[in-house]
Design a protein around this ligand. Structure first.
Ligand code: URA
Length: 245
């Protein structure tokens, strides 16, 4: 919560409620309430596994698409900001009915600033084409907006720092269906610790929005025999979209 435009009374009420009141160090037109303060012009810290700055996990992000993107690009909530080439906000139609959620940018995405542009992305495009969708018709985002070094799994603290951005993207998009690809995205949005095999193949909900989980395209590239299960998940998602499941 930004403290910039709040009265003293409002700030003390928020403090009573346990909501952190944030102050911007420098005024910025790109600032998003609740987002981390802009990075100071200091040398980047070396990448560590701990958060770079103490950030209240789950700090709410608000604002419109452009404000959210600006906040993501300037984010220093966790140490991944020090090792990224650039943050990867998301891509696609802001009017899309479909939201595709992956795990985190890889090397190609980190370089190009767009999710799912590598080999896994090409397979994702094919999967979408198979159900009659072009990439431009959906919105694609990740749980983490910055690349974990060596493509390691996201750490829980990193997810806590980054998830509010995806939450805000979902609020703005209001998709009719969310297709999550891979274990990390499925477990994160479903707050589950079951393996993906136990989460796929069913209709779930994320805050009232239908959600279907399927295998990550990178996994399907390594295990093509699982593609038939993923196809079944895509058909389920189509049924959900048509109100049949
Ligand atoms: N894998 C993901 O989960 N997301 C990307 O953007 C690329 C690869």
């Amino acid at each position: 919560m930004s403290g910039a435009s709040l009265s003293r009374h409002q700030q003390s009420v928020l403090r009573e409620l346990g909501i952190d009141v944030w102050r911007l160090r420098q005024p910025s037109s790109d600032a998003v309430a609740g987002a981390a303060a802009p990075a100071a012009a200091a040398a980047p810290e070396p990448a560590t596994t701990a958060p770079a700055v103490p950030v209240p996990t789950g700090a709410v992000v608000s604002g419109d698409w452009d404000a959210v993107n600006a906040a993501i690009r300037g984010c220093t909530r966790c140490a991944l900001s020090a090792s990224r080439t650039q943050a990867v906000c998301g891509v696609g139609s802001r009017q899309a009915d479909w939201l595709i959620v992956g795990e985190a940018p890889g090397a190609d995405e980190d370089r190009q600033g767009e999710p799912f542009v590598g080999r896994a992305g090409q397979l994702l495009n094919e999967m979408l084409r198979a159900i009659g969708l072009r990439r431009e018709q959906v919105f694609i985002a990740n749980v983490l907006k910055c690349r974990p070094p060596n493509n390691r799994d996201p750490q829980p603290a990193e997810i806590d720092c980054c998830l509010p951005y995806l939450r805000r993207q979902i609020e703005l998009l209001q998709p009719k269906v969310i297709l999550v690809v891979g274990r990390i995205a499925a477990q994160t949005l479903l707050q589950a610790d079951k393996p993906l095999g136990a989460l796929r193949g069913k209709r779930h909900e994320f805050e009232g929005i239908p959600l279907v989980a399927t295998y990550h395209p990178a996994y399907l590239l390594r295990s093509p025999t699982q593609k038939s299960k993923s196809w079944a998940d895509l058909l389920l998602a189509l049924d959900v979209m048509a109100g049949k499941a």
